[in-house]
Design a protein around this ligand. Structure first.
Ligand code: NAD
Length: 433
């Protein structure tokens, strides 16, 4: 793992170019994708400490109890298109240092980076057969989930698929963690530093063309005055956004992943208009000079979006930001808490007591306070609530070491050599005396 970390660092630019060329995210964003995966590789280097078991000396006369974490055997990871480096590394690094063999099935829409990572892992000294990359789609996923030799399945993707993979894997008696989609809310209180909040919301809503499960596609200003001021500042910020090809160093974001996804995002903008939301900035029909056939979607802003609208309830996964106005913080927290997804949420405020109450109450797994994209650092763990995650263990952090191992607990007795054996067998449940 130490070697792999060094090799990924040495090949950072080459890896970022592979991601940007295939996925379309801008180069600096691709580096961020790799860096957040690298953080987990670094964390996995601490495996000897993280795999230590528990020990009780003298649990009874001559009796000690200890536990050890053992590998499961073969684990499989199924990953989405939007983070070709980070998510495979979230899974592969902990799985392997826990002693498992790992089969990675990357997204068929961004398949190349996984192969390059596997080559680097081999160069780092990983023995053949410990990391395999298989390319395919649903057929292969189902074959992996059904295969009796595969003991654990880690999945990240959209919620319907996550739920299906979770149900199928659990029915086969496997360990499964399946992360799904998201619709993260950014709540803005009247006392927030509005310029800072707008800058954060812009990056989180439009960065990577909105194709992040921790993007902020919904902003909830509290109070009409906050809403009006926020809207004015967002419109001004959008006017200076630059959409471009992934190699353009001045571009803020690039194309969406496919022509079909562009059509889907634009379809949601049509729907939002039909549902009665106000299209403040319209990104439909965006065309980049010299790249007219590219899958670009312009930044889009909706205002007066209501909770009963489908465009609010569903994940759009594009550069579309929706303003949902609320009168109180409680109403804003309620919106995030009642939403089918519960991946991330952010609050912008200067009010410590309000922030504290919100963090305690909101029914969402990853909570930001003046932090727009609260993806936890590698030594915490990543996971949403509700339809954003199925299963019991989060990705990376200590949870990954729990997910990729099973605990064996040994109770041993070493009687003194000259101690008299028990005169009678014990027919009652043994208890410690
Ligand atoms: P996706 O669900 O289409 O695909 C994910 C993986 O599942 C791919 O490897 C794909 O080949 C496979 N797959 C697709 N359809 C399948 C089916 N019917 N049966 C079995 N396997 C199938 O997701 P995507 O479009 O690649 O990624 C975007 C989605 O992932 C968004 O919903 C996003 O929010 C989510 N996501 C979630 C997280 C998280 O950690 N919660 C992180 C990143 C992305």
């Amino acid at each position: 793992m130490f070697n792999l970390k060094a090799l990924i660092e040495a090949h950072m630019d080459e890896l970022a170019a592979i991601i940007s060329r295939e996925h379309g995210k801008v180069l600096a964003d691709s580096r961020g994708d790799i860096q957040r995966g690298l953080d987990v590789v670094e964390f996995a280097c601490g495996a000897p400490h993280l795999l230590k078991g528990e020990y009780t000396d003298g649990a009874g006369p001559g009796i000690d109890v200890y536990s050890m974490r053992q590998p499961l055997g073969i684990a499989a990871g199924i990953t989405p298109f939007n983070f070709p480096a980070m998510i495979p590394l979230w899974m592969a690094a902990p799985a392997i240092v826990c002693g498992n063999a790992f089969i990675l099935k990357p997204s068929e829409r961004a398949p190349s980076l996984a192969l390059r990572l596997a080559e680097l892992a081999r160069e780092a000294g990983l023995p053949d057969g410990i990391l395999a990359v298989l390319q395919g789609d649903r057929t292969l996923v189902e074959a992996l989930v059904d295969h009796p030799a595969i003991k654990a399945v880690s999945f990240v993707g959209s919620s319907d698929v996550a739920q299906a993979v979770y149900a199928r894997g659990c029915a086969a008696g496997k360990r499964v963690q399946a992360m799904g989609g998201a619709k993260n809310h950014g709540i803005v209180l009247p006392d927030a530093d509005l310029d800072r909040a707008v800058s954060d919301i812009m990056g989180a809503a439009y960065g990577s063309a909105g194709e992040r499960c921790m993007a902020l596609p919904v902003v909830v200003p509290v109070g009409e005055a906050t809403a009006e001021a926020l809207r004015t500042k967002l419109v001004a910020a959008i006017a200076s956004l630059r959409v471009g090809v992934s190699t353009d160093p001045d571009a803020d974001y690039g194309p969406v992943i496919t022509a079909a996804h562009k059509a889907r995002v634009e379809g949601y903008i049509d729907l939002g208009e039909q549902e009665g939301a106000e299209v403040v900035v319209d990104g439909r029909g965006f065309s980049l000079q010299g790249h007219e056939a590219g899958f670009f979607v312009g930044p889009t802003l909706f205002d007066h979006v209501r909770p009963e609208m489908r465009t609010y309830q569903e994940e759009i996964f594009g550069p579309v930001l929706q303003i949902v106005r609320a009168d109180t913080l409680q109403e804003a927290i309620g919106l995030a808490s009642r939403h089918q997804y519960g991946n991330g949420v952010a609050l912008f405020t200067r009010d410590g007591a309000a922030a504290r109450a919100y963090a305690a109450e909101v029914e969402v797994g990853m909570v930001g306070i003046n932090v727009p994209i609260p993806v936890p650092v590698s030594y915490h763990s990543f996971g949403g609530w509700k339809r954003s995650a199925f299963g019991d263990h989060n990705q990376y952090g200590l949870d990954a070491f729990r997910f990729f191992t099973r605990v064996k607990t040994v109770t041993q007795r070493w009687p003194e050599p000259d101690a008299a054996p028990s005169a009678r067998s014990a027919y009652v449940m043994p208890v410690m005396e």
